[in-house]
Design a protein around this ligand. Sequence first.
Ligand code: 13P
Length: 254
Amino acid sequence: MKNKIIIANWKMSLLYQESMDVASAIAQLKGNIPPDVELVICPSYVSLPGVAEILKNTDIKIGAQDLFWEERGAYTGEVSPVDLANFGCSYAIIGHSERRMNLAETNVMVHGKVKIALKNKLAPIICIGENWDERHVGQRDYVLIRELNEILGGIQLQDGDNVVIAYEPIWAISSGKGIFAEPQEVKYVSEVIRQVLIDLYDAHRIESSIRFIYGGSVNKLSIKKYTELPHIAGVLVGNASTKPEEFISLIKNA
Ligand code: 13P
């Protein structure tokens, strides 16, 4: 595992041809990605094979934006983790707040998805975070602790498993107004998460298999504030990752 990780979540922001164009621009980066930075691109499902093809001769990894908690069966509209792995994915975003809000995804579903991801050697990028109201009444830590326990409780991690926990405060996502969590707060949250993990796993397992990252309005100017914090392995980037120039500067600034 490299020291730092930058994950691009293209959401449904890029259509197919735009995804190919942005992937081609990112593929040009090759030698310019800092050697200690792992770069992961998460395109839409339909764009995934095309993006994988464009990036096949680079070190850049591919992730899915979701997966289903079963490998096959009568699940109309869902995508199998087996196919995702076979199409070259090594990561999968799971439990993004946009899915929780728009599709009523619950921690129970996220738990099942994390389990099947690990079974298929897909590294889950588990998204957790509080909304503005929860934050205002002082419930941030409670929300994070509950989410982590419900998602990871009962899941054993083995050697070689790779888990990313993304703190994405809902109020900071796609704010478009430069609203983001201050690095000091992200650092504090990383400590809260570590306390929860210590109850679930031994210290060696946490050290070898779990990384903590931040997501929410990260851009080329703010990236360094997060990547230079000791316990933050990297960032999950939405909007800024869909604009090639901005994203390339962001990577260089990491
Ligand atoms: P923005 O970077 O657009 O705020 O999105 C963050 C996010 O939701 C990444 O998953």
